[in-house]
Design a protein around this ligand. Structure first.
Ligand SMILES: *Cc1c(COP(=O)(O)O)cnc(C)c1O
Length: 484
């Protein structure tokens, strides 16, 4: 049954004169707005706001809030995004008055608790990554990529080297080439082998003195750990280049291996993925970066430092690339990450990764007979299955499966990414799901693939909106409501 609640806009529900609250007659002298504001600041007519009673508004938003899928309500195997359960305790910690009521312009001596927390988080991220220089400033993973590439650019500038290129594998997340381009580099794509690893011959052919950075995601977006990474790092370092590790998949390797140990010079974390920060719906996230000691001087300011038992914001760093964000970064997300890391401890973080990998392999082994996984029998924390065979046999595509899953109360996996796998379905169960949930999901996939193709072609059948034109919304956004 299609959910018909909350399908009208508040503007459409509006009735002239209806109010949520009525004020008593004013008992002080009234002065017209024109007498208080310059003429240019006064609108010709009042804004066309909807007129509604309180229950209309409460019902509208309460109903709207039930139309979304969320980790708290549904299994959410959205590959690459690590939609793990966000422990409620971290939310409580982050909303303690001592956290939320701080003002970033308070004198440092009144911010010691927060600065200590941020300082310790820097230390923890440095330890987990094996890269000691940490900046908590970037506001998202992609922003961390950009910041680190600016750090790299500052490093080469100081060396007097002109390097114009950034290499990215063809399986890379779209943010990698985008960040490279924003940082002023030209992106060169390196091919992957049929096994989903970096094609070493292609890398050798493209690696020259113009290459500043090789950006690698490891485990990569196919859910495979590229064990050539140390060799790749050697090759790139011999040419004087740097290795950037896109750390979006750290959930698979925490406490097991460290990017700094397998050759990375720089990386970002996505605390909203790896450390259970809530995400989706537009953020906020955070994208702390970790760099090797030689790149540390270029990190953005301020860095949180400690000097004689006092925590301070360090501004005086002459080689720094400067500010990349206001204040101290997205502190709310960082507090949650701190709580998460502290709660688990080193052994707990390792178990998180082991269980993420176990869950993904379990699900892979359950579904591969209907959704083959071209890149292998085993995976790390996620795998990319292909619906190619279903497409050939019964005209059912990855998109049809994804849409039909919504009818069964599952958020769809990531589809059509990475681009190197046809009819890709990128499935990441995360470590917070039980065997029962994974079994129920696998059985739902079996059931859907047995359904008549026609039923799938116009799914979902139970949602308020069935098949929005996904391209038009991006190409031709309608951002302004008009009464016409
Ligand atoms: C999520 C992701 C990013 C971008 O991170 P944001 O925090 O969304 O900006 C980059 N690379 C990979 C592989 C990702 O999964």
């Amino acid at each position: 049954m299609r959910n018909t609640l909350a399908t009208k806009l508040l503007f459409e529900l509006s009735q002239p004169g209806r109010r949520g609250a009525r004020l008593p007659v004013c008992d002080v002298p009234v002065r017209p707005v024109d007498a208080l504001l310059p003429a240019a600041a006064v609108a010709d007519e009042p804004p066309p706001l909807p007129e509604l009673a309180e229950p209309d508004v409460v019902r509208h938003f309460s109903n709207l809030s039930t139309l979304n899928m969320s980790v708290d309500t549904h299994f959410y195997p959205l590959g690459s995004c690590t939609m793990k359960y966000n422990p409620k305790r971290n939310e409580r910690m982050a909303s303690l008055p001592g956290m939320v009521a701080l003002h970033p312009y308070q004198p440092e001596e009144t911010l010691q608790g927060m600065l200590q927390l941020l300082y310790e988080l820097q230390q923890m991220l440095g330890e987990i990554s094996g890269l000691p220089g940490v900046s908590l400033q970037p506001a998202a993973g992609a922003h961390g990529e950009l910041t680190a590439l600016m750090v790299a650019a500052a490093h080469f500038k100081e060396l007097g080297e002109i390097r114009t290129k950034v290499l990215t594998p063809d399986s890379a997340h779209g943010t990698n080439p985008a960040s490279a381009s924003m940082a002023g580099f030209q992106t060169v794509t390196v091919k992957s082998t049929s096994a989903g690893l970096v094609d070493m011959a292609d890398l050798r052919a493209k690696l020259d003195d113009d290459v500043a950075v090789f950006m690698i995601t490891n485990p990569n977006t196919l859910g495979i750990f590229d064990d050539q990474v140390a060799e790749i790092a050697d090759l790139v370092h011999k040419q004087g280049g740097l290795i950037y590790l896109d750390g979006a998949n750290m959930n698979a390797i925490m406490g097991i291996t460290r990017p700094g140990d397998f050759g990375a010079d720089m990386m970002h974390f996505n605390p909203h993925k790896t450390f259970s920060g809530p995400h989706g719906g537009g953020g906020p996230g955070a994208g702390p970066i970790c760099v090797s000691a030689k790149l540390e001087p270029y990190l953005p300011t301020p860095v949180v430092g400690m000097c004689e038992d006092r925590y301070t914001l360090e501004w005086d760093r002459p080689k720094s690339i400067g500010r990349v964000r206001s204040f101290f970064g997205n502190v709310g997300v960082l507090v949650r990450a701190y709580c998460y890391i502290l709660t688990h401890g080193p052994d707990g973080l390792r178990r998180v990764s082991e269980n993420a990998v176990l869950n993904a392999n379990y699900l892979l082994s359950r579904v591969k007979h209907i959704l083959p996984v071209p890149q292998g029998e085993r995976c790390m924390h996620e795998f990319v299955a292909s619906a190619s065979r279903l497409k050939k046999e019964k005209s059912v595509t990855a998109m049809h499966l994804a849409k039909r899953l919504l009818d069964y109360g599952y958020h769809a996996p990531t589809v059509y990414f990475p681009l190197t796998v046809p009819e890709a379905m990128m499935i990441e169960p995360t470590e917070t799901e039980s065997k029962e949930t994974l079994d129920a999901f696998a059985e739902t996939l079996f059931r859907i693939t047995d359904e008549p193709a026609e039923l799938l072609h116009d799914a979902p059948h139970s949602t308020t909106i069935s098949r929005p034109d996904e391209v038009r919304a991006a190409r031709n956004p309608v951002l302004k409501w008009t009464s016409a």
